[in-house]
Design a protein around this ligand. Structure first.
Ligand code: SF4
Ligand code: SF4
Length: 137
C-alpha cells in the first residue's frame, strides 16, 4: 500500500477526534504487535489491529476508512487486555466506527428506521451496534 505522509495529517482533526471519542492517547502505542497476535478476527482483516493504530498515529484517515478491519472487529476486548501500554484498542476501533457513521455536523449518517431487510443481511453487525451507540452519549 502506498501512503502519503505529512505533518498536517499527523496533527489533523481526525486524530484529535479519535483520541477524544476513545479517551486514549494514540501515541502510547509502541507497535509491539501483541494486540494483533491475540485478535481472533485478524485472519479475515486486511489490516492488523496494530497497523490500524499506526495509521491513526499517522492520520491516515482514508486508508483506515477504506479498510474492512474495524467492521470485522468483534469488540471482544482481547487486544485491550493484552496491550502492555494500556491502550484500549477496542475503544479506538469504536471511535473509528463512530467517525464513519457520523457526518461532520454530527447529524445522522445512518438512519436505523431506513435500513431495509436486504441491507440488514449485508451490513456488518458491529456497524449497527456502533450506529445505535451514538444515541447513548
Ligand atoms: S498491544 Fe498496544 S502497544 Fe502493542 S501494538 Fe497493540 S496497541 Fe500498540
Ligand atoms: S476487540 Fe476487535 S481488534 Fe480487538 S481483539 Fe477483539 S476482534 Fe480483535
Amino acid at each position: 500500500m502506498k501512503v502519503e505522509l505529512s505533518s498536517e495529517k499527523v496533527k489533523s482533526d481526525f486524530v484529535k477526534k479519535v483520541e477524544e471519542l476513545s479517551g486514549q492517547n494514540i501515541l502510547s502505542c509502541y507497535q509491539c504487535g501483541k494486540c494483533s497476535a491475540g485478535c481472533p478476527s485478524s485472519y479475515a482483516m486486511d489490516l492488523l489491529p496494530s497497523q490500524v493504530i499506526r495509521m491513526v498515529q499517522l492520520g491516515l484517515q482514508d486508508e483506515i476508512v477504506n479498510s474492512k478491519t474495524v467492521w470485522l472487529c468483534a469488540s471482544c476486548l482481547t487486544c485491550s487486555v493484552r496491550c502492555p501500554r494500556g491502550v484500549d484498542i477496542a475503544a479506538i476501533f469504536e471511535a473509528l466506527r463512530l467517525v464513519v457513521t457520523r457526518d461532520k455536523d454530527k447529524l445522522n449518517y445512518v438512519e436505523p428506521s431506513e435500513i431495509t431487510a436486504e441491507q440488514l443481511e449485508e451490513l456488518p453487525q458491529i456497524a449497527l451496534i456502533s450506529n445505535f451507540r451514538k444515541f447513548t452519549g
